[in-house]
Write a protein that binds this ligand. Sequence first.
Ligand SMILES: Nc1nc2c(ncn2[C@@H]2O[C@H](COP(=O)(O)OP(=O)(O)O)[C@@H](O)[C@H]2O)c(=O)[nH]1
Ligand SMILES: Nc1ncnc2c1ncn2[C@@H]1O[C@H](COP(=O)(O)OP(=O)(O)O)[C@@H](O)[C@H]1O
Length: 206
Amino acid sequence: MMDENGILFILSGPSGVGKGTVRKELFKRADDLAYSISMTTRERRAGEKDGVDYFYKTNEEFEQLIADNQLLEYAQFVNNYYGTPRKYVEDTLAAGKDVFLEIEVQGAMQVKENFPEGVFIFLFPPSLEELKTRITSRGTESQNAVLKRLKEARGEIEMMDAYDYVVVNDDVDHAVRKVQSIIQSEHCRRERIAKQYKRLLEDDEL
Ligand SMILES: Nc1nc2c(ncn2[C@@H]2O[C@H](COP(=O)(O)OP(=O)(O)O)[C@@H](O)[C@H]2O)c(=O)[nH]1
Ligand SMILES: Nc1ncnc2c1ncn2[C@@H]1O[C@H](COP(=O)(O)OP(=O)(O)O)[C@@H](O)[C@H]1O
């Protein structure tokens, strides 16, 4: 491989668009990608495991992680904290492995400030109507919360320009394939840049 460092991929998008669903399906198919398990203060749901789905923390523990600068980014989402462990991401990239983050949009913008070379993918709903159906059908939100999330989604969609790629999540299989092609393309692109760079260094006239 030409790249010494792995590539950081960030999948983000409005709540309910299908980020978790697409990420889980992607990881069933991809074996050379490391998923960064997030820290959260939200309660563990039935069937979730500490250290697999999330690292579950108390508010105090989470605020200590923030104070110690151990998070690459963090955000408050529906009254809970969510954040990405800095060390895991940096060490894994330095070891030459790609890292994949699945995070909400405020966090994604913080990552962009620290890691502008990351590859930012925005998952887009086929329509606002379909987004509403997905949020509602998940059944985890009250009617009020659904409306609040939809309102936020409008603002989030306006941030789309800050992303490198937009993937419409019409169908999970299609969306996962598109994310896989983005990963492949990025490797080809960086390999090309690395070759050009090497040629430049070998040029005697310089
Ligand atoms: N900023 C940030 N968001 C995260 C992180 N981990 C998960 N999220 C996002 O937090 C939101 C809520 O996640 P979760 O509580 O698992 O609920 P659900 O995905 O809505 O069922 C989702 O949009 C996730 O993408 C993180 O480390 N940082
Ligand atoms: N392509 C899709 N077509 C139909 N339903 C989907 C699709 N992707 C996700 N969903 C459904 O939409 C809901 C929200 O998905 P989820 O992955 O929890 O979203 P997010 O992580 O972005 O909040 C879930 O009920 C999920 O099964």
